[in-house]
Design a protein around this ligand. Structure first.
Ligand code: PEP
Ligand code: MN
Length: 332
């Protein structure tokens, strides 16, 4: 349920109302916007008398929120959420350019790519240390050593780092990581989501291979309900009937998620297509439909990459893509 307060409501009266809701056993999510304050009530609101609340002199309107996702619901928080990662802001008109290799392979590689993507305009560095591979015989990532190499690349470039966490038990290794990525295969690892909710760290939550938008939002809700509002949603392609492409990039998800939720929405055209030459056109399309950022795989030597070489751009190709994306952003 949401309760919209009248403009100019005194803080004291607002606090009294909030305390009253809390006494009823409800959680209260407060969104203070430029023009209005919205109270989002969480919990069993079936016994709340909406007519009584609507009759209060400080209340503008009361509405029941029928969706099962509450904290991430746009109705609870009408303004776009802006997530801060150091000096970088994501959402609400702030565009994230996240780039780097699929996997961290060695110090020379990650530092080289970090410098190259920074030069091209990226504002965050990606790189997998823990890799969710389909085959147990494929490269599984450098794990703790990969995390340390990412920190070296951050020191060399100043770029905040984004890397995937696969298991709750690895959490201590991620203490000094700027953005924790939940990969597509872990989107519904609810224990992991709850634990990440307790960290307060920015979480990049990827849509699962065969998950609906509602399921993605419910996973964001798990993180937020545990106390962490810093969630970035990521559309990375889903399984359909695609034969020549790795996945199907569901771009309509971007405006739909923006309608449903206040959280930033970024797009990953690398995993969505699986083919390097498809990345630039889909990155441009994603930008045109209003995404809040792009996460793109870039490798110094794609044919010899230990993971996802076929979809990785070379640094100069990434630089060209950034120029096109900036041009599109200028138009929209
Ligand atoms: C990745 O970002 O390297 C990755 C494994 O992504 P996804 O979870 O979207 O497949
Ligand atoms: Mn990858």
């Amino acid at each position: 349920m949401i309760v919209v307060l009248k403009q100019g409501t005194q803080d004291e009266k607002q606090s009294q109302l909030i305390d009253w809701f809390k006494d009823m056993g409800l959680g209260v999510h407060i969104s203070t916007g430029a023009y209005q304050t919205v109270l989002g009530l969480i919990g069993d609101t079936t016994k709340v008398d909406t007519d009584l609340i609507e009759s209060l002199d400080i209340v503008e309107s009361v509405k029941r929120v029928t969706e099962t996702f509450k904290c991430c619901n746009r109705k609870f928080h009408p303004d776009d959420t802006i997530i801060s990662v150091g000096d970088v802001k994501i959402g609400g008109g702030n565009f994230a350019l996240i780039a780097g290799p699929c996997s961290v392979e060695n110090e020379e590689q990650i530092v080289y790519v970090a410098k190259a993507v920074k030069e091209a305009g990226a504002n965050l560095l990606r790189g997998g240390a823990f890799k969710p591979r389909t085959s147990p015989y494929d490269f599984q990532g450098l794990k703790g050593e990969g995390i340390e190499l990412l920190k070296i690349a951050r020191k060399e470039t100043g770029l905040p780092i984004v890397t995937e966490i696969m298991s709750v038990s690895d959490l201590p290794l991620f203490e000094d990581i700027d953005v924790l990525q939940v990969g597509a295969r872990n989107m519904q690892n609810f224990d992991l989501l709850k634990e990440l909710g307790r960290t307060g760290k920015p979480i990049l939550l990827k849509r699962g291979l065969a998950n609906t938008l509602k399921e993605l939002l419910m996973s964001a809700e798990y993180i937020m309900a545990s106390g962490n509002e810093n969630v970035i949603l990521c559309e990375r392609g889903i399984r359909t009937y695609s034969d020549y492409l790795r996945n199907t990039l569901d771009l309509a998800a971007v405006p739909m998620l923006h309608e449903l939720s206040h959280l930033p929405v970024i797009v990953d055209p690398s995993h969505a297509t699986g083919i390097a030459r498809m990345v630039s056109p889909m990155a441009m399309a994603a930008t045109a439909c209003g995404c809040d950022g792009l996460i793109i795989e870039v490798h110094n030597d794609p044919p010899h990459a230990l993971c996802d070489g076929a979809q990785s751009l070379r640094p100069e190709e990434y630089a060209e893509l950034v120029r096109k994306v900036e041009a599109i952003r200028g138009v929209i």
